[in-house]
Design a protein around this ligand. Structure first.
Ligand SMILES: [Zn+2]
Length: 435
């Protein structure tokens, strides 16, 4: 018996230091796709879930903070697989805005909308790695950031420009740039393969192929900005790991679907809201009047979007009449890929001017349901699947051992996806971060 006394004392003194929270009496949507479960309790120790189950069986330890959530719904935090942080102030984008203050402001805004993790896709300067590494060493007070660091664009092409991206002149430069990303432990590699409807230069295939091959040599994965079905096919065939936008020029076909399944390529982000953002601001946009969305926009941004001169300018884009059909095609393609069993997450391309963090992820879920997915499919895409794509084993679902990144809601999101907007509070690593 004596043998057990010492270890027991050690355990007791350790748990005396543990910060323990108990959430109880809520309905759980755990992110796995299982049906909602009523009357659940969850114990959180130092930010991680240590037990979850029937509230009646949860015995809060002495000193625990107990939070009664009777009547509430709890789901995992939303994971956005295509965002951009730090480069935008109001309706202007410039790499000079890429400061810690601006990055953290964006990450706080995401968190306030229940987006607890984002993958920033290819417009980051090196400061992002420092912020990410600090977060991973502790318990972040705002959304977790994953990053592709500097993505690959070409001069005169689509995408950003240095210092937020690499602009290789030829494929020979690519190995050293990818090696640099690997040494910074980038979470992904991003490249843009598009010509903006013929208005820009497209990255040549030998270059995108070199990016994929060099990333894989470094055990990194590649997410591609694409627009055309033909480019998607070529890149999936070459081993690209994810499409960061929907195919938008035409319906996806059997050949692409079979190739994505064979190569296990993800439709990581459908970016439906990004497509909508190309045309909705050409006239007064009702969501801007919704206090849930308006609260995160500065008066200058709202004035800009409500200015008839700017609305006219948007409508005068020679390609303007095509944009609604790109959204429609993207929605049909998402449904088709989902039905075929291609893995998909949630991603918006939020962050640039007019594409608002948090607001867009919430709206994206509605557009995914409009595309024909069930609310539960959308919730799984936005949580469990997002974590799987990021290889984030301790995020995405509410199960023992995972970080307590979660949203407390007043309505059931599995019954109506718009209930993801009925936010009571948001937790990251067990800490209430919003409101
Ligand atoms: Zn993007």
């Amino acid at each position: 018996m004596r043998k057990f006394l010492l270890p027991l004392t050690v355990v007791l003194s350790l748990s005396a230091f543990a910060e323990v929270k108990v959430l109880k009496n809520f309905t759980l949507i755990d992110g796995t796709g299982k049906a909602a479960i009523a009357d659940v309790g969850m114990t959180i120790e130092n930010g991680r879930i240590t037990s979850i189950g029937s509230a009646a069986n949860i015995k809060p330890p002495a000193g625990a903070q107990v939070i009664d959530l009777t009547g509430k719904f709890v789901m995992p935090g939303i994971i956005n697989l295509h965002g951009h942080v730090g480069n935008t102030v109001d309706m202007l984008q410039n790499p000079k805005f890429f400061t810690r203050e601006n990055i953290e402001k964006n990450l706080r805004t995401y968190a306030s909308y229940g987006v607890t993790t984002i993958l920033s896709l290819g417009t980051d300067q090196d400061l992002i790695f420092q912020i990410r590494d600090e977060q991973r060493a502790g318990r972040p007070g705002f959304a977790r950031v994953y990053t592709a660091g500097q993505g690959f664009t070409i001069k005169g092409g689509v995408g950003g420009s240095p210092p937020g991206t690499y602009n290789p002149e030829d494929a020979g430069e690519i190995p050293k740039d990818v090696d640099a990303l690997a040494s910074k432990k980038a979470d992904m590699v991003k490249m843009w393969v598009d010509d903006a409807l013929g208005k820009r230069k497209k990255m040549p295939f030998e270059m995108s192929k070199a990016i994929i091959d060099n990333a894989h040599r470094n055990r990194l994965r590649v997410a591609a900005h694409i627009f055309y079905l033909a480019d998607a096919k070529q890149l999936v065939g070459a081993g690209v790991d994810a499409l960061a936008h929907s195919v938008r020029d035409q319906p996806v076909d059997r050949e692409l679907i079979d190739s994505m399944k064979k190569h296990r390529t993800w439709q990581a982000a459908a970016t439906l809201t990004r497509e909508a953002s190309m045309f909705v601001y050409a006239k007064p946009f009702p969501l801007l009047e919704d206090p849930f969305f308006a609260r995160s926009l500065s008066p200058a941004t709202i004035a800009n979007l409500n200015d008839p001169v700017n609305q006219k300018k948007i409508a005068s884009d020679p390609d303007f009449s095509k944009y609604p059909s790109f959204l429609e095609t993207a929605q049909k393609n998402l449904k088709r890929l989902a039905d075929a069993g291609v893995p998909y997450g949630l991603g918006t391309d939020s962050g640039p001017p007019g594409r608002f963090p948090g607001f867009f992820e919430q709206w994206e879920m509605e557009l995914m349901v409009d595309a024909g997915l069930t609310p539960t499919q959308v919730i799984v895409a936005a949580t469990k699947s997002g974590a799987e794509f990021l290889h984030a084993a301790d995020l995405g679902t509410l199960e023992t051992g995972k970080w307590a990144d979660l949203i407390v809601l007043n309505g059931n999101p599995a019954a109506n996806i718009k209930n993801t907007r009925s936010i009571d509070s948001v937790y990251i690593a067990g800490n209430r971060v919003a409101p």
